[in-house]
Write a protein that binds this ligand. Structure first.
Ligand SMILES: [Zn+2]
Length: 250
């Protein structure tokens, strides 16, 4: 009788553990990590779930180096040889500048997707300070990729064709003028897309990114590149699973 209880409890523990940490998922592909802000924000502000402490970011980058990862920008994903990871940031928050010395120290690169209206205003709707155009130009000059994350961060499936075009084209034009270089990559606000936006994005960009907890493989559509979100509650075991499997939990 006792062994039955122990076996049941063991099975229950295994079920709970494997749904929280998905070791059973298939390994492979290039992990594309999505970060937002690198400073703690008050709970309940909406964005706080996606803001991680900058020390955690440092630990992540240090771990990547120790594990032998090389980094690749979105625009040169296909040039990846060996163990690669792609680090991306959405929105363009000022605290992302902390990533610069950390990545530079390890010889790493990253792609920053910026919302041009928010950069112009200096603050996001939730009150976070944004990077300046000087910051963005600085990152570009130092080998980092700058991509567009639209003009005003609205959900594409809710927009008219005309508005979609404006969000895609105008934001690209504004960034290109500032960094004096072509912009090839676009990330959908909220990862939201529809067939019309997928058709339109091809006209202006070479790659587009969504949010999907999986790694990138050569079978993936380059206009629907999946990215795994790194959140405040992502622990190091989650991080390991994101890198190896693109997803850590059900
Ligand atoms: Zn965003």
């Amino acid at each position: 009788m006792k062994w039955k209880i122990e076996a049941t409890l063991g099975l229950l523990f295994l079920t709970i553990f494997s749904s929280r940490y998905n070791f059973w998922r298939k390994k492979g592909g290039i992990p594309i990590l999505l970060y937002h802000c690198l400073s703690r924000q008050k709970t309940g502000t909406g964005i706080d779930r996606f803001c991680i402490d900058k020390r955690n970011f440092y630990h992540h980058v240090d771990y990547l180096k120790r594990m032998g990862y090389k980094t690749v920008n979105v625009e040169s994903l296909e040039e990846c040889e060996g163990k690669c990871v792609c680090i991306t940031f959405d929105d363009g928050y000022k605290d992302n500048m902390y990533a610069y010395p950390v990545l530079k120290k390890y010889g790493y690169t990253a792609t920053f997707f910026v919302v041009t209206d928010w950069i112009e205003k200096g603050r996001s709707p939730c009150g976070l300070e944004m990077m300046s155009w000087e910051d963005i130009e600085f990152l570009k000059k130092n080998g980092f990729e700058i991509g567009s994350h639209s003009l005003s961060h609205r959900k594409f499936p809710l927009l008219s064709a005309e508005d979609k075009k404006k969000e895609l084209f105008k934001s690209k034009e504004i960034i290109e003028e500032r960094i004096n270089s072509p912009v090839h990559s676009f990330s959908y606000p909220y990862g939201a897309w529809d067939d019309e936006s997928k058709r339109m994005v091809r006209k202006y960009y070479k790659k587009a990114l969504i949010v999907k907890q999986k790694t990138y493989t050569e079978n993936d559509d380059v206009f629907l590149i999946p990215r795994a979100v790194v959140r405040k509650d992502t622990d190091m075991l989650d991080f390991y699973l994101l890198l190896t499997r693109g997803r850590s939990r059900i």
